[in-house]
Design a protein around this ligand. Structure first.
Ligand SMILES: [Zn+2]
Length: 185
């Protein structure tokens, strides 16, 4: 999508929201662009946006971003994901592959490694915990018990104002379908 007055192209993504705290997640599919060879996050389509494959997942954007520092990250994880070993806290081995992956993305959803773009965290497939409020969703089955989407619920559980401050811009159409876009400096 071309954004008037900005001279920039931005990719739009469907939004889902944590049922506990309302933080937004961009519903994405991670794939490789055949033309450029770059890894890119595409918008996930479909009415229900169920999680189908490991390439399907959610992007989390926040300020500050998901921590790179391990100690800080441990403080953000649900208690049930941690264990103590020799007096130190660590992530249980059964949860290591569930950890969010820190990435940098451009406004077109491309994953970049040169320090440009915006920091985000990618969580694969099943949504296991909220990176914002830390609620543990393990054991809950079905996406709808964990995430809400504006298109399915109107504005009852999510207000655009709450998300605009996170750096996302929400556009609402007449049919109440909402889309958000990255705002990358
Ligand atoms: Zn939450």
């Amino acid at each position: 999508m071309y954004v008037p007055d900005s001279g920039r192209q931005l990719r739009l993504y469907p939004l889902d929201f944590c049922r506990n705290c309302g933080h937004e997640y961009y519903s994405v599919r991670r794939t490789k662009d055949a033309g450029t060879g770059k890894e890119v996050f595409l918008a996930r389509g479909g009415e229900t946006r169920e999680e189908n494959s490991p390439q399907d997942g959610y992007l989390y954007l926040s300020d500050p971003a998901w921590p790179l520092d391990e100690d800080e990250m441990l403080r953000r994880l649900p208690d049930g994901w941690l264990e103590e070993k020799n007096g130190f806290l660590r992530v249980k081995s059964s949860h290591k592959r569930d950890l969010p992956e820190s990435v940098r993305v451009t406004g077109l959803g491309e994953i970049v490694r040169d320090g440009s773009g915006q920091r985000a965290a990618f969580v694969e497939s099943n949504f296991k915990f909220c990176l914002c409020c830390g609620i543990n969703y393990l054991g809950r089955t079905g996406k709808l018990t964990k995430l809400a989407s504006l298109s399915s619920e109107g504005h009852s559980t999510a207000t655009p104002e709450a998300f605009a401050k996170q750096g996302g811009l929400v556009h609402c159409g007449r049919d109440m379908s909402c889309r958000s876009q990255f705002l990358v400096p």
